[in-house]
Structure formats: C-alpha cells, structure tokens
Design a protein around this ligand. Structure first.
Ligand code: SF4
Ligand code: SF4
Length: 517
C-alpha cells in the first residue's frame, strides 16, 4: 500500500455533491445556435479560418492555433457559420472576445475521422496532433496539453491523473470516472508514453468510492501497471502542488514547475479527451458539465462547446429565486457576466445561486490577528500579512512574502471570523504587480529603443565625418603635382615628352648662339 502524505492546512466545507450524482450523465440536446469562442485556452487566440456563410462539418477546424501556447478550435456540429465577431464570453473580466456563431443543420455530419496509430508516430507528431485536436486541460485552467507534454517530455518519472475534484458542488469528473473509466485509462497510458514516465497514479478523494472502484476495474482490465489511489477528502487537495505533496511527499519549490521535480499532472477528463483525439480521431467538441445549485434537477450534461449556458440551466430547471450564476465551484469560481454566454472547454460546473444557498457576506471587520487563516493556508503563507501589504499597497513586501505562491483557494477567507474577502485583496495585489511589471517592461523597451536610436545617429554622424575626411584627403592628393600615381605607360610617355622638350630647348639655345655668331 502506497504511503500518503499531508499538506499544511486545508478545510472541510460542505461537499454538496450528492445532488448531481443521482442520475447518469445526460447528453444535452442540440441547441439552435452555438457560439464558439476562439480563445478558450491559456495563451494566444486561435485565428479564424472560416467566414460568415461557410458551411462546416462537425469537427472541422474553425480556429487555427497561433503561437506556441495556443490551441485549435472546431465546429461542434455541422451547420452554417453566420458570424465571426466579438461576443460576451464566460470570463471573470466580463469582456467580449472573438467568437464564431454556428447555426446547426441538425445532421451532425462529421469530417473524416482519422484514428492515429501512436506506435507509428513520433512524440512531436503526436503533440502536434493534440494541439490540432484542441486538447486543453479540462480541470479548469484550459492550458494546452501539447505544451505541458513538450515541457515534461523526458523529465517526468511520475504521471499523476487528477481525479480529486475537491471543490464543493462539482461532480463532472466523478461521473466521468464512474461511466468512462476505460477510456480514461487508455488516455492516461498515451500520456505516460508521451512523457516517458515510469509510473501512473490516479489521485481520487475518498468521497468517490464508485469512481475509485470503476478506475481500479478499468486498470485491472487493461493489464496496465497504473494505480488508482484514494486520498483524504480535504479542500484544496485537488490543487496540483497539494496533490503532488499528498501522493509523492515531494514539494514543488516556490516559482518552480512540477516537472522540475519529475512530476506532471493531468486532469482525468483531459486523459479521456486525449484518448478520443488520438484513438478515435475526434477533436475536443464537447465536455461534461455539472449544472447544480438552486435547480430542480442537479445533474451532469454532456454538452457541445458553444451551447448557451441558459439552455443548460433550463434543462436542469433553475428555480425562480435564482439571483446569479457561478462558473466553477463556490470557492474558486466566478460570477458569470450573463447567463446567455456559451459553454467553453474550461466550464466544469455551473451553479445557480440564491440568497438561501449563498447568503450575502457579513460586512468585513478589522483583522483581529487570530491566525486562523494561517492555520488553514495550504501554501504555508501568512494570509493576514499578505492582506495587510495588499491593503497598504506595499506590493514589494507582499511579493517578498510569496504572494505569488497563493493559489487563491479561498480557504483563508472561508475561516476568517472578520469576514474579510482576503482573496480579492490578493488578486488585486497580483494584478497591480503584473501591471507595474508590464509598465516597467514597456518603459525598458522604450529606453532601449531610444538608446539604440541615439547610437545609430552617432554612428551615422561618425561615418559621414570619416567619408568626408577621406574625400578631402583624396582631393588634396590630386592637387599636388607629380604626386599622382602614374601607370608605367604614362610614365614612359611623360619621359618622352620631357626628352622632346629638352631637345627643342637645346635646338633653340644653339640657334640663338649661332645667331650671335
Ligand atoms: S487563498 Fe492564498 S493565502 Fe488564502 S489560504 Fe489559499 S493559498 Fe493561502
Ligand atoms: S483569519 Fe481574518 S481576522 Fe484572523 S488573522 Fe486572518 S485575516 Fe485576521
């Protein structure tokens, strides 16, 4: 039996997971309109390769990756593209982004799907196939998976499949593991091969016994040497650094990546998608999403990317006193700017909120230095000090106190008896620091450009002066008689001329002498 470890702190909020695990995953009906954002991943927005009026097939590329950290975007069904324009998307900024609007034709007509024989392809080819299949992390961050594989290839001994799903309300990974464990295991094995990892461990919180059993059965059926491990249920045990600590005892140092200590993590839903992309030739077109909270039938839907979230909430039966919508969990999620925004690859959960479910927070009071926040911080930070530095805009000190190691889990805010929205202060401080660093970078670039410009002007002046001096020297040399360099022929001609001149002079002299005589 594998020895498990602990991380510092953590909390036990009510899980609220039972409501959405009573029924199997339901396939959401085809919506009448899909809006597919061209940036659903970390990094650069994909470049549109279709235009309004184009007919597209299910799985057809509509957004080409653009840059090292970027990922492809595809038509989730067959139909007609009616617009490529800026639309509101599910993002905390509430800002619009470039989207493709697709009106389905109802035929679900696929492109030709080409399963890949992975044994015949190099790791670089497979990484590129995943990039072109639009495979990104489905745990919430949506980081392009091919980039994680490129970073980790050859450096990773332990591959961890993250099935912890520690945040309250969210159950999409739990249901996926229960229902599609065999595909997850096949995808995990492909990831292991691409990383050349020695071992594959699945970390699943022990409040999901059905998922653990399903994965153990699938591993046993596959005869692969993988290991599904039940880990303690504690929030935020599914955060990468904390999961690595629990499963391996290793600590990811501040400012370092898991690959620096020989570990790489992928979400179990990402492994499932990797399997579909390579073994079946299907790009990422849909995902499992939990729709829960203030609804009649909390459940998990398999929905096409681009489905309006309002349609999913209608399927789950949002109750009349619903007063807001959260994407993600209640701890790390964010409020949706509008309920009509489309489902994206990062949407693991939609929570219909109400005052009964999430009572308005009590007014914030002064910090009483109780240190409860310190006790629960999984990153071993001093949240009350970070709060103080952020509030007083002492950003340098906040950075010195490892502000950027804060994973924004909200455990500190959850226990704070003064109801201080601590995470909001950390986010504010981080964004200010990033903005200052960005400004400094721009100023440095501007200064460099100015110095380069000055140097160029100086060099041009110097070169002009040197050319002028050389020309003057040449003119001077030409004006000094006899100083020219003559060719041998010119020299001979000049000598002959001189001789003739001398002869004539001699004749003239003798003539004068004879005349005298
Ligand atoms: S939000 Fe940051 S400071 Fe607060 S408990 Fe989590 S990691 Fe620690
Ligand atoms: S829990 Fe709240 S009141 Fe207590 S030390 Fe931390 S910030 Fe201050």
């Amino acid at each position: 039996m594998r020895k498990l470890h602990h991380f510092h702190g953590g909390i036990h909020p009510p899980s609220n997971k039972e409501q959405s695990t009573r029924t199997a995953i339901v396939r959401a009906p085809l919506p009448s309109r899909l809006v597919v954002p061209l940036q659903q991943h970390a990094g650069e927005t994909a470049k549109p390769v279709v235009q309004a009026g184009d007919h597209v097939l299910k799985g057809q590329l509509i957004g080409m990756p653009d840059g090292f950290v970027s990922s492809a975007v595809h038509a989730p069904t067959s139909g007609t593209i009616t617009a490529i324009d800026m639309q509101l998307i599910a993002h905390p900024s509430g800002l619009p982004n470039l989207c493709a609007t697709l009106i389905p034709d109802g035929r679900e007509e696929w492109i030709e799907r080409k399963p890949v024989n992975c044994r015949e392809r190099s790791p670089a080819e497979l990484q590129n196939l995943l990039r072109m299949a639009g495979v990104v992390g489905l745990g919430g961050a949506a980081f392009p998976s091919d980039v994680k594989l490129r970073i980790g290839a050859g450096k990773v001994g332990t591959l961890i499949l993250n099935g912890a799903e520690c945040e309250p309300f969210i159950t999409c990974d739990d249901m996926l593991m229960r229902e599609r464990a065999a595909d997850i295991v096949q995808g995990a094995e492909l990831l292991r091969q691409l990383l050349d990892a020695d071992e594959v461990l699945y970390g699943i919180e022990n409040n999901k016994p059905d998922a653990i059993a399903a994965l153990q059965q699938a591993i046993s059926d596959s005869a692969l040497n993988h290991e599904a491990i039940a880990i303690p249920t504690i929030y935020p045990g599914g955060s990468a650094k904390q999961l690595i600590r629990v499963m391996t005892g290793l600590e990811v140092p501040s400012g370092k990546l898991p690959t620096d200590i020989g570990v790489q993590c992928f979400n179990i839903a990402t492994a499932f998608t990797v399997h579909r992309a390579l073994a079946l030739g299907e790009p990422l077109l849909s995902r499992i999403v939990t729709v829960t909270g203030n609804v009649r039938n909390a459940q998990n839907f398999e929905a096409l990317i681009g489905t309006p979230i309002a349609e999913l909430l209608a399927l789950a039966g949002a109750l009349p006193d619903t007063d807001g919508y959260i994407m993600g969990g209640p701890m790390m999620g964010f409020s949706l700017p509008d309920v009509h925004v489309p489902l994206v690859k990062a949407t693991n959960c939609i929570i219909a909120a109400s005052k009964k479910l999430f009572p308005p927070p009590a007014p914030a009071m002064p910090c009483i230095r109780c240190t409860r926040c310190v006790e629960v911080c999984p990153a071993d930070l001093q949240p009350q000090d970070l709060y103080w530095f952020a509030q007083s805009r002492e950003f340098g000190r906040a950075q010195a106190f490892s502000l950027f190691d804060c994973i924004e889990c909200g455990a500190c805010s959850y226990v704070c008896p003064s109801h201080i929205p601590l995470v909001q202060y950390y986010r504010f401080a981080k964004s200010e620091i990033r903005a200052r660093e960005h400004d400094k970078q721009l100023a440095d670039q501007a200064r460099e450009r100015h110095e380069f410009h000055e140097q160029r002007i100086e060099r041009e002046k110097r070169e002009k002066a040197e050319k002028l001096a050389a020309r003057e020297k040449a003119v001077q040399a030409e004006s000094i008689p006899g100083s020219q360099t003559l060719t041998p022929q010119q020299q001979a001609e000049q000598a002959e001329l001189e001789a003739r001149r001398a002869h004539i002079l001699e004749l003239a002299k003798s003539e004068v002498e004879h005349a005298k005589e």
